[in-house]
Design a protein around this ligand. Structure first.
Ligand code: NAD
Length: 308
């Protein structure tokens, strides 16, 4: 029989692409339950699914911030069976901390972290009973290494990483696999929404210097990184597809090998000085920050120390 995969956040970006890719599997191994918060946004997914729509892919409503919505969706599935959970729904946040309300910070965690917790609570007991399953989670390289002006987003992904790392051991005992997918920048709605929010942010809530660093250094740099190094959602979904179809999937998978040096820094130095100094120098000490950063992520792993 085919494996049932439940994917969250399928109205755009990586979730849409993962759902369509699995539904179009040449070997027809999957029945995809592609979920989204707002069914009115189903158009793009329907188009991407093509002939697979209502064959190997069905669209259902699911808001990861609502336990009732999650329950209703899972209860509607035959035997409530979810063989693979792809926890993808997520939201970003950039900018100086003083410019974010605590309520907005909590909303990021409500989606990125508590959304995952709610879904796992709903599907894990059944997976344990069946002694099989795979929990696949869209994390980020920022789940391993924090980045300037991404404090809250990064913290929410660290939470996701800690949660999965801990749970994976217990899950393994029940033959359930856990995989954290860690993309670098991906060109999706995510990016567009972030810059849109940044434009309307009230920077008068922080000091002039911080506002200037954010506006004149961070934003142009970040946009440049997205255009030069950003992957397509299809690149990420193809790799996610492989992680789901492989016999022995890893706990962690970085989709963009250019980011391996960045995340390797902290493992190379338990005191944390190496990554801290590197990021500080990269951002504040180089005249040509953008070029230095660009170079940095392109450097092979072993060349890293030459930058210190
Ligand atoms: P996206 O904005 O295109 O997709 C995110 C989806 O999540 C959207 O469809 C959105 O509607 C949905 N969503 C938000 N809140 C929801 C809720 N409460 N319930 C259900 N769905 C909800 O962006 P994306 O890049 O495809 O992001 C997907 C995942 O990948 C996120 O977890 C994100 O953190 C992660 N990620 C993205 C990037 C990137 O650069 N784009 C990099 C690393 C990781």
């Amino acid at each position: 029989g085919s494996r049932r995969v439940l994917v969250t956040g399928c109205s755009s970006g990586i979730g849409l692409s993962v759902a369509a890719r699995l539904a179009k599997d040449e070997l027809g191994r999957f029945k995809v339950v592609a979920t989204m918060r707002d069914l009115e946004k189903r158009g793009a997914l329907e188009k991407a699914a093509g002939d697979a729509l209502n064959q190997t892919l069905e669209i259902k409503e699911l808001d990861v911030c609502s336990e009732a919505s999650i329950k209703e969706c899972v209860n509607s599935l035959p035997d409530r069976r979810v063989d693979v959970l792809v926890n993808n729904a997520g939201v970003g946040m950039i900018g100086p901390l003083e410019c974010q309300s605590t309520a907005a910070v909590k909303e990021i965690f409500d989606t990125n972290f508590f959304g995952l917790v709610r879904l796992v609570k709903e599907v894990l007991p059944d997976m344990k009973r069946r002694q099989s399953g795979h929990i696949v989670v869209m994390s980020s390289v920022m789940g391993i290494q924090g980045l300037l002006f991404n404090d809250v987003y990064s913290a929410s992904k660290f939470a996701v990483e800690g949660f999965c790392e801990s749970l994976a051991v217990q899950a393994m005992k029940f033959n359930i696999k856990t995989t954290l997918v860690e993309p670098g920048p991906v060109v999706t709605e995510f990016e567009r929404k972030l810059y849109e929010l940044a434009e309307t942010m009230d920077l008068s809530k922080t000091d002039e210097e911080t506002a200037k660093i954010f506006r004149e250094m961070y934003l142009p740099y970040s946009k440049k990184i997205f255009t030069s190094l950003g992957q397509s959602p299809e690149e990420v979904s193809e790799q996610t597809f492989k992680l789901i179809t492989t016999k022995d999937p890893p706990l962690r998978h970085q989709t963009n090998r250019l980011y391996t040096p960045m995340t390797a820094l902290k493992h190379a130095d338990p005191t944390g000085r190496l990554p801290l100094d590197t990021f500080y120098k990269m951002v504040f000490k180089h005249d040509r920050v953008f070029n230095a950063t660009y170079l940095f992520v392109r450097l092979p792993y072993w060349k890293i120390t030459e930058l210190m």
